[in-house]
Design a protein around this ligand. Structure first.
Ligand SMILES: Cc1ncc(C[n+]2csc(CCOP(=O)(O)OP(=O)(O)O)c2C)c(N)n1
Length: 654
């Protein structure tokens, strides 16, 4: 059975003239034991909520999972798809892609992400089990390579998993001692077993080509009260006569001669893409193994009280409870209309979260050790810990990357909307995972506070300058930068409603005046930009701003008014939503005033699509500095006077 995986992998890579035969051939025995004897799944329903999750963290070995899905009977993974490995539109892209190939649980390829996603999946499993009892009871298995374990994010993930005692997380390490450059000894001498043990895992070392040893180790791991590492010693490219055991088997087609030799060595006498009936039948039986488990689960689900079952289904579908979000938002807006608040948008976010987390039990918050600064822990949220998986706030520790990747895993698992916090400047530390959330179209919400030089005294290391532009550059990510309390709750509403991708809320440390004083049912941020202060008369100037700089634009509007210049102010809480509107609407908001000025305490990049290359921009061109916020705004010239000056100068009245 393992040789069937090996043959399909080497033949598909050969046909594609690209790909990675080494890992599938080396890890075929592990996969055969795991899929054949342990993994709980049913090809008839790849999204069955209580299936075991399998994460191929070493995504370059994609042919391993494609071959397995094919042999196990996943309907759409036909032999034709295997033959179309790496071709446009096939179900078999170069690296596994979530949402594209049924049976693929997460998109992997950037090494280290998969194992960190799996930690989030295992957290989600424990949390959902705490909430719904025996209808949630599954394992999360990972196949990880040397590369996965060398990546820094794996350390964050491992430490968190050990701390949270995620006993149902089992990592099979394809311990082949080879990476692209050659033997691992070129660059690494970590004892992975000791490393995992130090993080609170159960860890052992076995022969990864001995099915009995693999089965015994998985059996032990399933019974462990800690997460488990099974370091499986394997030979990369197992079966290839001259390339096995060397980097030559890693990432290129083996070539006709080598494949011929491998067929001989493995005793595999069938032509490319052919699998004999008895071996197919054995795989098919493995694929049918989970049917009974799924039927039993369906019975357990049916036995739940109707309301609980409906809630479980709703959460797994990712639908919000009818009116829950709207009612919570309405409540917050009414309070803000009755008693306006001059607070930081991070504090406004906390206020919003008090209502939102009470209304939406699927929200699980957290922070990378900046809880008090990010304001992501409303008073009602209990901490999620090894002692209480029912908690809804995670102290991620100083692990931004691991946090962001675990959040992806939670969202992928289903039933949970993860939100979490760090400083905007540290979005750099989360970025690979944010990018994958965007690629996978997963609802993950990042609360990124201290969003400009407005954070003040911590200085340039902590002051984001290029980060808004950098995040706006990620496709399918919404970046919100609200200007006051009302916009903050509106942006939260939009982020939560959005099922098809992640959002970032960039929030201030410093207090901002509430601009929107009257109660408005409409979510004005939904269009991405809107006129927040109209001109007195025909506007000669349009001022555009986001977040904390909206207040500066409104002050500049007054200065211009005093000089007899009518100006309007447009708040732009979300570029991406604005860009998505029909051109005519966009044009009407950009307006007809001859002069356009934008102000944002960040770099100009991206603003030209609103103000044009002729527009004036007031913002940052360098890193910030350490000083009180007010002094910094003056020092860097981000003031209402400078905005007014820029407009006047464009009008030729400078
Ligand atoms: C973050 C990241 N960096 C680099 C790569 C490119 N890359 C793909 S596989 C690999 C290492 C291969 O070694 P290993 O993980 O041991 O896999 P094996 O050779 O055993 O298949 C690298 C550097 C990547 N996919 N992701």
């Amino acid at each position: 059975m393992a040789n069937a995986l090996r043959a399909l992998a080497m033949d598909a890579v050969e046909q594609a003239k690209a790909g990675h035969p080494g890992l599938p051939m080396g890890a075929a025995d592990i996969a055969t034991v795991l899929f054949g004897q342990f993994l709980k799944f049913d090809p008839a329903d790849p999204a069955w909520p209580d299936r075991d999750r399998f994460v191929l963290s070493a995504g370059h070995g994609s042919m391993l999972i494609y071959a397995a899905l094919h042999l196990l009977g996943y309907e759409r993974m036909t032999i034709a798809e295997i033959k179309r490995f790496r071709q446009l539109g096939s179900l078999t892209p170069g690296h596994p892609e979530f949402g594209h190939t049924p049976g693929v649980e997460t998109t992997t390829g950037p090494l280290g992400q998969g194992i960190a996603n799996a930690v989030g999946m295992a957290i989600a499993e424990r949390h959902m089990a705490a909430a719904f009892g025996e209808v949630v009871d599954h394992y999360t298995f990972v196949l990880a390579s040397d590369g996965d374990l060398m990546e820094g994010v794996s350390q964050e993930a491992i430490a968190l998993a050990g701390h949270l005692r995620l006993a149902k997380l089992i990592v099979l390490f394809d311990d082949n001692g080879i990476s692209i450059d050659g033997p691992l000894s070129l660059a690494d001498s970590v004892d992975q077993v000791k490393r995992f043990e130090a993080a609170g895992w159960a860890a052992c070392r076995i022969d990864g080509h001995d099915p009995d040893a693999i089965a015994a180790a998985i059996t032990r791991a399933k019974a462990s009260d800690r997460p488990s590492l099974i370091a499986c010693r394997t030979k990369i490219g197992f079966g290839a006569p001259t390339k096995a055991g060397s980097e030559k088997a890693h990432g290129s087609p083996l070539g006709a001669e080598e494949i011929k030799g491998a067929r001989a060595q493995l005793g595999w006498e069938w032509p490319p893409f052919e699998v004999p009936a008895d071996i197919r039948a054995a795989w098919q039986r493995s694929g049918e193994r989970g049917k009974a488990a799924r039927q039993a689960w369906l019975m357990r689900l049916a036995a739940l009280p109707a309301a609980e079952r409906a809630e479980f289904d709703r959460r797994n579908r990712g639908e919000l409870a009818a009116d829950a979000l709207a009612a919570a938002v309405r409540g917050v807006k009414e309070k803000l209309a009755a008693a306006p608040k001059e607070i930081a948008t991070r504090a406004a976010s906390e206020l919003a979260l008090e209502a939102l987390t009470a209304a939406l039990p699927e929200m699980i918050g957290g922070s990378a050790d900046l809880t008090g600064s990010n304001n992501t822990k409303p008073t009602g949220l209990k901490v999620l810990s090894a002692a209480d998986y029912g908690g809804r706030f995670i102290h991620y520790g100083v692990r931004e990357h691991g946090m962001a990747a675990a959040m992806n895993g939670m969202a992928l698992h289903g039933g949970i909307i993860p939100f979490s916090g760090t400083f905007l400047v540290f979005s750099d530390y989360c970025r690979p995972a944010i990018r994958l959330a965007a690629l996978m179209q997963k609802r993950v919400i990042h609360v990124l506070t201290h969003d400009s030089i407005g954070l003040g005294e911590d200085g340039p290391t902590h002051q984001p300058v290029e980060h808004l532009a950098a995040l706006r550059a990620i496709p399918n990510l919404l970046l919100f930068r609200p200007c006051d309390t009302v916009e903050t709750i509106e942006c939260w509403e939009l982020a939560l409603e959005r099922r098809e991708g992640p959002s970032v809320l960039a929030l201030t440390r410093q207090a901002l005046p509430q601009r929107r004083l009257a109660y408005e049912a409409d979510n004005r941020c939904a269009g991405g930009a809107y006129e927040i202060a109209a001109a007195d008369g025909t506007a000669q100037v349009s001022l555009f701003a986001t977040g904390s700089e909206v207040a500066i634009a409104v002050e500049a509007q007054k200065l211009l008014q005093a000089r007899g210049v009518a100006a309007r102010v447009v708040s732009v809480p979300c570029f991406e939503l604005f860009r998505a509107r029909p051109p005519a609407q966009r044009q009407s908001i950009i307006g007809a005033a001859p002069v356009r000025v934008a102000v944002e305490a960040a770099i100009r990049q991206g603003w030209d699509e609103i103000i044009g290359t002729n527009g004036a921009f007031v913002g940052m061109t360098t890193f910030g500095a350490s000083a009180p916020a007010k002094d910094l705004y003056r020092h860097f010239g981000i003031t209402s006077e400078k905005v007014a000056e820029a407009a006047l100068s464009k009008l030729g009245r400078g």
